[in-house]
Every structure is written in structure tokens, then in C-alpha cells.
Ligand binder design. Structure first.
Ligand code: PLP
Length: 469
């Protein structure tokens, strides 16, 4: 049987199912508020609705789409719900969904410029836009500077890439691979430790934090000096702008100066909070960014662009390409040989790459920078309002400064009362709030930033907290 004999749906049928699916998504988003935020299944429930074997005969698409409601929906946790206050947001938007759809429709491979120039050039243009929108060093623009950005699947990938490049540079310079050391704070995201481990670092130091949960620069210096004295090779350090636990901000400028003094690669992890840098009044948090070697942030967290979409910028793309470029004969082409084009396959570990930039391009254009700024400012304002309500109420204690749109608090009566409040909030179908632990103390994280959240939803959450205590 040739492909022509396969029972493809006709393009007319495709058009019809496409309309139905967009309607289904619009209905979902339009009614999402009436659903419980959390999934409604026990382990194995979804699997039990799926036959043990793949179907031997073709099934009609109407039946397949119908199973979105029957099989998938009960097992979905609704991250796009306006009562989503868990973890960090995984925001999306109609513009992003259309971009994603267009990307799937084109189904191109952007591993080389020549395999679809639009995939490469839209991506580099959009990431150059973001350099300016976020107040990053102009030299990070790929069109005019030595730096440049590339989209990756996740911040974990971006961080891992930075670790790999630093390691390759060090070993190329003759350093003993078994003696390389990477540093992050004790509050750094687990992707720092995981990235370092999988990139082959034998020594990973998680540096003490101060009482705002930011990395202590003196403790970092002491650790670097102790490692040098022990004849190890410190080569990589990460500053977080917005840690996962409490959105603490490490002293970027001090870490940058120290990295320059000792010759370390300085990576900035702004996975969540990077989006706030579109606001000029928030950029003091990244003061010193001009001395960083790399920077990652996730539009798929707070910038209305659905997963996966993580930006990775480097100050000097030659270092990245030098470490990662491998050119097998089957990828040789005249455009690459001319040196005039970007081949993103050299900017990360995978070869194949999809048209991720399309959804980000759609988002930035369909909202416009002014609206995006207002949107982020609203989240910051609502977080401050909730913080003020909690702060003036003697039943509660604020656990960490509300720097962005994450509010961290606990019950003033202690651990048991906080856990009881967590349990009561977990019973509420209209909200999703996740606890965390710092210094053996349980606290509640309220992360504001879901696309459809309005001030009234944050106020409703406050009412639930108030009545639960
Ligand atoms: N870094 C920080 C500060 C984060 O908060 C997160 C996720 O929440 C990550 C890295 C990992 O992001 P990703 O899931 O894109 O790997």
C-alpha cells in the first residue's frame, strides 16, 4: 500500500475537524472556570479507558476527538484555570495556540538555515526583539552583536547547554575534567544540580543564602577560594533572578564580578521572572547582566506562550558554536559554508528543531509590548494587594519578600496550622495552591500569572484563605 492508499481524511474533512477542534478549545477556555482546577482521577483511571492494543483498523476522527472529553478531560489538571495559583504559571493564549497550530501545519525542520530559512530568521528576529524589550545587553542581538538567542524546550535544557559549553571550553584548555566545579545557590532550581551532574561535573556547590533566600556573595567567594586551594577548577556559576521557592534574586552584579575575577562562566536563570524584565521598573533586579555569559527565561511560564518555549541567550555565540558544532557530510550545504547564516543545530544538543518561534512571534505581535507590560504589572499589583492583606492579619506571616507575583506565607500558629490550611485549600475545587518547604518550614506559595486570572479571582482566593482559618 502506498501513502496515497492510506485512509487519510480528505482536506475538506480536515477543515471541518479543524473547525470543530478550535470550537472545542474555545469552549474549553470559555467554560474552564466552572470546572474543578484539579484532575478527577486515581492512578490508572485514564489508562483503563484506553484499549491494550493499538487499533488494527482506522478509527473515525470524530470518535478520536470525542475521546478528548471522555478519556482525556477527567485526567487533566487545568493549568489555564483562572484559579490556578500553583507552582508557576504555564501560560498560553489564543495567539500562541494559533502559532502552535501553524507550526504543526508547516511541520518544517529548522536544523539548518537552508532546511527552512523562515524558521531560523523568524526565531532570531523575535529573540532580538526580546533583547530590547527586556533591557538586555544590545550586544546579545544576533543581527548586530557577537551574542544571540536560541529557543530550547526548557530552561533545564538551556542551563544544561551552558554547563556543557563551559565544560568543553575548560577541558579544551587542558583542565582536568574530574576537577571542574559548578556553583549555584542552595535555593537554585534543581535543574542546576541535574544539569551539572549530567554534564559530568564531579563537584557541585550549593551556596548558602541570606535571609531573603538570595545567594550569599561572600559565601560564594569563600567556596571558590577553598576549591582553588584544594586544586579544583571552579568554572561555572549560576545566579537566579527569581528562585523557584520564593522568587529570591541573587546578587547578579557581585556574582558577575566574582565570575570575571576567577574566570567562571556566569549563567543567569530567570526562567520565571525574566518576563518581568519587560518592565523598566523591574530591571534593577538584573543589574550587572551585561557581565553574564548566558541567560535563560521561559516565555512558557509567564509570557502567554504555551510550553515549550525557553529562550537561551549567550553573550558570545562563537563559544557556543565552537563547543557544539559537528558537521557530518550529509549536512553540508553552500549557505552554511558561506558563513552568512545561522544554523541553529549548532546552538544546542538536538539536531532537529521545530518552528517554536512562530507562537512567540504571534504572541508578541497580537498583544503588543504595551499590553504585555500592563498585563504583567497587574499581576505584580495583585500580588502586592494579597501580600498586604496577609501581612496586616495577625493570623498569617509573610515568609519571603513578594518580589514578583509570588506570595509566600504561612499560618502564624505554626507548622500544623499551615498544613491544615494547605489541606483545606486543597479541598476547594475553584483554586489550586501548592505548598513548599524552606528551612524545614512549610509555607504556601500563591503564584499569580495564569492567563485568565483577574483581580476577582485573587480576591476570591483571599476569601477562601480567610474563611479557612
Ligand atoms: N529555573 C527556575 C527558576 C524555575 O522556576 C524552573 C521551573 O519552574 C526551571 C528553572 C525549570 O524550567 P523548565 O521546566 O523550563 O526546565
Amino acid at each position: 500500500m502506498s501513502a496515497a492508499d492510506l485512509p487519510h481524511m480528505s482536506l475538506d474533512e480536515f477543515r471541518k475537524h479543524g473547525h470543530d477542534l478550535i470550537d472545542w478549545i474555545a469552549d474549553y477556555l470559555g467554560t474552564i472556570e466552572s470546572r474543578p482546577v484539579d484532575h478527577q482521577v486515581q492512578p490508572g483511571d485514564v489508562r483503563a479507558m484506553i484499549p491494550d492494543r493499538a487499533p488494527a483498523a482506522a478509527e473515525p476522527m470524530s470518535e478520536i476527538l470525542g475521546d478528548l472529553d471522555r478519556v482525556v478531560m477527567p485526567g487533566m489538571t487545568h493549568w489555564q484555570h483562572p484559579g490556578w495559583f500553583g507552582y508557576f504559571p504555564a501560560s498560553s493564549s489564543p495567539a500562541a495556540i494559533l502559532g502552535e497550530l501553524a507550526s504543526a501545519g508547516l511541520a518544517g525542520q529548522g536544523m539548518l538555515w537552508s532546511t527552512s530559512p523562515a524558521i531560523t530568521e523568524v526565531e532570531s528576529a523575535v529573540l532580538d526583539w526580546l533583547v530590547e524589550l527586556m533591557g538586555l545587553p544590545p550586544s546579545w542581538r544576533v543581527d548586530t552583536g557577537p551574542g544571540g538567542g536560541v529557543l530550547q524546550m526548557s530552561a533545564s535544557d538551556s542551563t544544561h547547554t551552558a554547563l556543557v559549553v563551559a565544560r568543553i571550553q575548560a577541558t579544551n584548555a587542558g583542565l582536568d575534567a574530574s576537577k571542574l566545579v559548578a556553583y549555584g545557590s542552595a535555593q537554585a532550581h534543581s535543574s542546576i544540580e541535574k544539569g551539572a551532574r549530567t554534564a559530568g561535573y564531579n563537584h557541585i556547590r550549593l551556596i548558602d543564602v541570606d535571609d531573603t533566600f538570595a545567594m550569599s556573595a561572600p559565601a560564594l567567594r569563600a567556596a571558590v577560594e577553598a576549591d582553588i586551594a584544594a586544586e579544583l577548577h571552579p568554572i561555572w556559576v549560576c545566579s537566579a533572578i527569581g528562585t523557584t521557592g520564593t522568587t529570591a534574586v541573587d546578587p547578579v552584579a557581585e556574582v558577575g564580578a566574582l565570575a570575571q575575577e576567577f574566570g567562571l562562566w556566569h549563567h543567569i536563570d530567570a526562567a520565571y521572572a525574566g518576563t518581568a524584565m519587560i518592565l523598566p521598573e523591574m530591571r534593577h533586579f538584573q543589574a550587572g547582566v551585561e557581565f553574564a555569559d548566558s541567560y535563560t527565561f521561559n516565555p512558557h511560564k509567564w509570557m502567554l506562550t504555551n510550553f515549550d518555549c525557553s529562550v537561551f541567550w549567550v553573550a558570545d555565540r562563537a563559544k557556543l558554536i565552537g563547543a557544539l558544532s559537528i558537521l557530518p557530510p550529509y549536512l553540508r550545504n553552500t549557505a552554511s559554508a558561506s558563513g552568512e547564516v545561522i544554523d541553529y543545530r549548532d546552538w544546542h544538543v538536538p539536531l532537529g528543531r521545530r518552528f517554536r518561534a512562530l507562537k512567540l512571534w504571534f504572541v508578541l505581535r497580537s498583544y503588543g509590548a504595551d499590553n504585555l507590560r500592563s498585563y504583567i504589572r497587574s499581576h505584580l499589583d495583585w500580588a502586592q494587594e494579597l501580600t498586604a492583606q496577609l501581612d496586616k492579619d495577625p493570623r498569617f506571616e509573610i515568609v519571603a519578600p513578594t518580589t514578583f507575583a509570588l506570595v509566600c506565607f504561612r499560618h502564624a500558629a505554626g507548622e500544623e496550622a499551615t498544613k491544615a490550611l494547605v489541606a483545606k485549600l486543597a479541598e476547594e475545587p475553584s483554586v489550586y495552591v501548592a505548598p513548599s518547604v524552606v528551612n524545614d518550614t512549610t509555607f504556601i506559595r500563591v503564584s499569580i500569572g495564569s492567563t485568565w486570572t483577574e483581580r476577582r479571582h485573587v480576591q476570591a482566593l483571599w476569601d477562601l484563605i480567610d474563611s479557612a482559618c
